[in-house]
Design a protein around this ligand. Sequence first.
Ligand code: SAM
Length: 249
Amino acid sequence: MAILDDIRRFWDDDAATYDNAPGHRPTSAAVQAAWTAALEALLPTAPSNVLDCGAGTGFLSLMAARLGHRVTALDLSSQMLAKLSAAAEAEGLDIAVVVAPAHEPPMAPDGHGFDAVIERHLLWTLPDPVAALRAWRAVVASNGRLVAIESMWGDSDRLEALRGRAWDLVKRWRGTAPDHHGPYPAAVRGALPLGTGTHPRSVARLVAESGWTAPRLVRLRDVEWTSKLEQRLPERLLGVVPRFAIVAT
Ligand SMILES: C[S@@+](CC[C@H](N)C(=O)[O-])C[C@H]1O[C@@H](n2cnc3c(N)ncnc32)[C@H](O)[C@@H]1O
C-alpha cells in the first residue's frame, strides 16, 4: 500500500524529535504516576503478554514493561522503534520489537495469544482501522482484551475543535515548537477514516464493528487533572483534551 510508505516516512522523520512534545512523554512525576495507575488498572494482572500496536518511542510499552508485563512493541517505523529499544535498554527492560503494519500483528511468543492488545493514538492514522482491529482480535488469547487509549480532538466535536484552535493560537503567541517535524501530508490525512479527529463515539463504533464485544469506556481523569496542573496561565484556563480508553473482550 503506497499510503503506508508515506506514513512510514513521516514517522521515521519524526522519531528524532517526537519525545520533545509534552503530550508524547509524561511531563512530571505526577503525570507519569497517573498514566501508570491508569494503565495498571486497564491491563490484566502482571505478568501478562501485551502487544502494543503503533508503539512509537514506547510511551505505553515502557510503562507496561515496568509494571512487569512481557511486552511486544509493533510499529511501522523502524526509527520510532529504535528510540523505544534505546530507552528500554537504558532501563534494563526487555521489550521485543516488530517492524510491521498494524493489520499484520505477530503471534504471541508462547503461542497462546496475547492477553492484551493495547494502542495509544494509532487508530487515527490507520487507512483501515477495522482491518487492524479485526487482526488484533485474531491474536488475543480466548479471554484477551483490547485497550484502545485515545483522546478527543480535531473536527470530531465542535467544542473540542474550538479548544484546539485556541491552543494553537496560544502556542503561536508563545513561540512553542510544534509537536511534529512537519504537517501530516494532506492527501494522507484525507484518506484516513479518523484523519481529522477521534471521538468516543467513532472509536466505540469501530471497535464493535470489528467483532470485539462488550466495549467499556473509561475516562482517564487523573491523567487529565495532573496534566492540567502542569500548565501555566492562560493555557490552564483552556483545559486539556478529554482522554479515554475503550476496553473490549
Ligand atoms: C501518534 S504516534 C503514537 C506512538 C505511541 N503509541 C505514543 O502513544 O506515543 C503513532 C505511531 O503509530 C505508528 N504507525 C502509523 N501507522 C501505522 C501502521 N499502519 N502500522 C503500525 N504502526 C503505525 C507510527 O509509526 C507512530 O509510531
